[in-house]
Design a protein around this ligand. Sequence first.
Ligand SMILES: Nc1ncnc2c1ncn2[C@@H]1O[C@H](COP(=O)(O)OP(=O)(O)OP(=O)(O)O)[C@@H](O)[C@H]1O
Ligand SMILES: [Mg+2]
Length: 252
Amino acid sequence: MKILSFANRKGGVGKTTSALNVGAGLALQGKKVLLIDLDPQGNLSQSMLSEAPKNTIFTLVMQECSLKEAVFKIRNNLLLIPCNTNFARFEKQFAGESDSQFILSDFLDAVRKQYGDQIDFIIFDCPPSLGLITINAFVASSEVYVPMEAQQYSLEGLNQVKQEVDKIRKRQNKELIIKGLFFSRHNPRTYISRDMMDLLEKDYPGLLMKTYIRRNVALEESPSMRQDIFQYDPESHGAEDYSKLVSEIING
Ligand SMILES: Nc1ncnc2c1ncn2[C@@H]1O[C@H](COP(=O)(O)OP(=O)(O)OP(=O)(O)O)[C@@H](O)[C@H]1O
Ligand SMILES: [Mg+2]
């Protein structure tokens, strides 16, 4: 079972879009996927469920419901544990506890016990911060993927993720790596994107993925139809690019 986090300290860079479409793409390739929404904004959940869920990752970690009650079957090979604004209380709830950084990894032990061979990939959609939620995700993950845009703030967000990953690898999770960086809303023809590629190659050698996601209106529209890109417009650039990204993730 591989556990992937999509994270960037910067907001609006494509974390949720990537978690959703990589998850859906992996499922299409026959992999069994559990998506876990970790963002109190709940965007991933809203783009997959037609009704607000009663049970979420928050009621799960508070042990107010069973795993079964909070796992939604979206379709074949694709499961979701949703999130809502209540999860903003996570930090306050657990910050004082000695194992506050291990809440999600303990939770995944329970998932492994119950679902074991029924899941190949768990994917965390992280919030745009490096608070206790994201730290928990990193402690529980095997690989971090960082979606970015070709602009300065996105790069700063990446640098902050890198520092946090380095810290966590030293102590809580020796396996954790940043596995890939990719442009999630890209126009390769601009000067800044070429500069940015050179800069990333220098500072993060070998980590920039071959695939980039082009700016694509179908990717913007699909969440409001509660569809992933492969359902909404399988002929779109978005579907083509995410399908390539999925292959790179599976093979890399
Ligand atoms: N390749 C793309 N082309 C066009 N629009 C995109 C693309 N990728 C993402 N978007 C749009 O950009 C917006 C931000 O994307 P998304 O919600 O995935 O970012 P995020 O990093 O999860 O944001 P947050 O930090 O708020 O959680 C959304 O409206 C999404 O539909
Ligand atoms: Mg998001």
